[in-house]
Write a protein that binds this ligand. Sequence first.
Ligand SMILES: Nc1ncnc2c1ncn2[C@@H]1O[C@H](COP(=O)(O)OP(=O)(O)OP(=O)(O)O)[C@@H](O)[C@H]1O
Ligand SMILES: [Mg+2]
Length: 500
Amino acid sequence: MSVFNIARNSQGQDFGITAKMANRHGLIAGATGTGKTVTLRKLAEAFSDNGVPVFLVDVKGDLSGMTVKGTMQGKIAERVTQFELGGESYLSGYPVSFWDVFGETGIPLRTTISEMGPMLLSRLLNLNPTQEGLLNILFRVADDKGLLLIDLKDLRAMLKYLADNAKQFQLEYGNISAASVGAIQRALLTLENEGADKLFGEPALNLEDWLQTTDGRGVINILNSEKLINSPRMYSAFLLWLMAELFEQLPEVGDPEKPKFVMFFDEAHLLFDGAPSVLVEKVEQVVRLIRSKGVGIYFVTQNPLDLPETVLGQLGNRVQHALRAFTPRDQKAVKTAAETFRANKGVDVVEAITTLGVGEALVSFLDEKGMPTPVEIAMIYPPKSQLSPITAEQRQIWVKDDALFSYYNNFVDNQSAFEMLAEQANLEAVAQQQAAQAQQEEENGVLGSLSRMIFGTKKRGEQLSVTEQVVSSVAKSVGRNIRNQVTKQIMRGILGALKR
Ligand SMILES: Nc1ncnc2c1ncn2[C@@H]1O[C@H](COP(=O)(O)OP(=O)(O)OP(=O)(O)O)[C@@H](O)[C@H]1O
Ligand SMILES: [Mg+2]
């Protein structure tokens, strides 16, 4: 049985996550400054050491030091020595890829509108159910018409297209109200002002790029979220998309000997703040099912009560740092935390939880049978990598050296709804012009004048002779032919554009 040790209990025993049970998810909780992020880092290091690639969000910018080997100083040195971890040789830097949705401090990380889908997009845009209904119609029309939704300008173009053809689409798809279109357009503007245009585009993330190992160690993918977190809706929609995407794309693996991939979500309460119940249900479902794809999800939050009960109930591996018991809500959190642990005779959880030191925690992991081990008071190992962040310059150099950088940094604006609709509008304008011209030619055309020459000009309503009728129908059919040709051209233009 393989265990990834990360802590030592008061009897001097080492313990940690059972590799086979790492996909049963986890929770790291505790008041501010109690050691949550260091525990997250320690777990990530342990996974990487054992060849498991990792994704984590860095909300405060304090994880960039993972690229560099730590130093035997301060608290780190103290614990390395105390736990006899091997001194200097314990320390190590890690294979890291930095990502940033704004493309400033990491490899640009993007998705597309269609991958995000109407539900998360509605959350991102803060839409009400009626507006969300319209967004659903928009996605269906785009699908039916083969219009690709990649970036925000595609979304804008589609909205305009829907509004311009509201009558036509209404019959087939349902109500398209001008008010909803307007509301979504305004929401889009707000989102663009927050920089969300960078979030959508190509090349979009290929998840395979996250499932990498280097020299047997899992690559640690760090999403710099210092800026992203300022827009909690963007943060939440994006991370939930990631989770859903992994779930959709990875194959079933059953119960692997160790996880294929592990994700850590810091400030996890933001994922659920104000989320509608349908969305919470979806997340709960994804968390439950993603296990069989070999993915472990670890939520990090101050107060476990911030997570929906249905999600909390699925987090098998738990590290509870100190909680304060000042407010009634704090006290409730202490009580809940205590109740969720499997009791251990020697440990008074309620007493311990408020008196734990920094880097100390109440810990219970799942054993190889999937049973939670009795709760223990434990000291978390010190990290192997440098605690303090690297400088912005060092980071830039690291990012540019990343093999993935040049691929993702090379933004491409592929043919999608925006371009297709623009082309279609263009073609329609040309067609109208040509049709009008053809009509004109038909009326003033050679055949017209020929017929006039032969038969003279007839007044409206006057009966035409058989010969006159034949000649005039020839003239008309010439006009029609020109029109048909133009129509064919439009069709080819539109279809051609769609197939490209
Ligand atoms: N396992 C550990 N070994 C050594 N030092 C630790 C350990 N855990 C925490 N520390 C020390 O405590 C400090 C605070 O820890 P950390 O940043 O993880 O707190 P936090 O719970 O994430 O706080 P916040 O909620 O403010 O983000 C660290 O910078 C480090 O100096
Ligand atoms: Mg922290």
